[in-house]
Design a protein around this ligand. Structure first.
Ligand SMILES: Nc1ncnc2c1ncn2[C@@H]1O[C@H](COP(=O)(O)OP(=O)(O)O)[C@@H](O)[C@H]1O
Ligand SMILES: [Mg+2]
Length: 295
């Protein structure tokens, strides 16, 4: 039987000392994919990415799974991934992961004609960057400033025209994106599409709690399964077409911009949550993709 590691983190294992409050998401996700992999002849095994005794050669391949603590130690994480990839196939490929770490990939997508959220790029989140953003987006009464490298709306700020800047520790610490605030965040929400080996699996809409605009469940947003319309599927597929090579898993977040078009808000190719509750059939697609790519 093919033996494949599903990389996770010590803090994602429920019951471990220091387990995160969202460790149940790992339990649910792994529980959805492991039996389907077994049925496809793959023994999928949980492995802690930074465990000192992790031997990549003990597996036929390694999947970057719920390594959600990597933002606290990105250098160690990418060093480990490069080491694994030098020994065994790693999914997604390490070059793709590195490209996806920095939201600068959105400029690459835009350059290929994929609709993205209009963005001004700045080296620092300062008054000058904010002023440039408001000048570039005259129709916007609010802008969003967020770090090029970040997740879960970390050090992201929404600023109204004429309003004072928030304190520095609430702004991106370095290079950042300045975007018009898309009001769809508060109305329609964000549409997320999941793909396995480039095959569409399921979609959901994430809506913030009243008074917020962030669509993460940790800020109280709701997640509801939806049947995406053709434009959403086409936009997400076009974004994936811009990425070469193997893509075992991919999450595309879309939000409608001012012109009414779906735009790519984020393409998550590192360690997305698969949303098993909204995609009960995902195990089958994940296992089939893993078998094609590494089985
Ligand atoms: N330009 C924007 N307009 C409206 N909402 C935004 C905008 N940028 C970010 N957001 C909100 O903040 C959330 C986090 O931003 P995102 O770009 O997805 O970064 P990350 O998830 O990596 O922190 C989004 O899911 C969305 O709800
Ligand atoms: Mg996001």
């Amino acid at each position: 039987m093919t033996r494949i590691a599903f990389l996770t983190a010590d803090c994602m294992i429920e019951g471990n000392p220091g387990a995160r409050s969202d460790a149940w998401e790992h339990t649910l996700e792994f529980g959805a994919i492991r039996p389907a992999c077994a049925a496809a002849g793959i023994d999928l095994v949980e492995a802690i990415w930074d465990a000192p005794d992790l031997d990549p050669s003990a597996f036929d391949a390694l999947v970057v799974g719920t390594c959600w603590d990597y933002t606290e130690k990105p250098n160690a994480f990418f060093a480990a991934l490069k080491r694994f990839a030098s020994v065994r196939p790693l999914l997604n490929p390490v070059g793709t992961l590195m490209w996806n770490l920095d939201k600068g990939y959105l400029a690459d997508l835009a350059g290929r004609g994929i609709p993205t959220v209009p963005t001004v790029w700045a080296d620092r989140a300062d008054a000058e960057a904010v002023a440039r953003g408001f000048a570039a987006f005259p129709e916007a009464d609010r802008i969003v400033v967020k770090p090029r490298v970040g997740a879960s709306a970390w050090r992201q700020a929404r600023i109204a025209r004429g309003e004072a800047l928030p304190p520095a520790n609430e702004l991106p610490p370095g290079a950042c994106l300045v975007q018009p605030f898309l009001t769809a965040a508060e109305t329609e929400g964000e549409v997320t599409l999941m793909f396995f080996d480039r095959v569409f699996s399921h979609a959901l809409v994430k809506r913030p709690k009243a008074g917020d605009y962030r669509t993460q469940s940790m800020y109280g947003a709701t997640e509801t399964a939806v049947e995406p319309d053709a434009e959403a599927v086409e936009t997400a597929a076009a974004a994936l077409d811009a990425v070469e090579g193997d893509l075992l898993y991919a999450r595309v977040d879309l939000m409608r911009r001012g012109d009414g078009k779906y735009a790519v808000m984020e393409l998550e190719l590192i360690e997305p949550y698969y949303y098993p509750v909204q995609g009960p059939d995902l195990g089958r697609l994940f296992a089939a993709g893993l078998k094609r790519l590494a089985g």
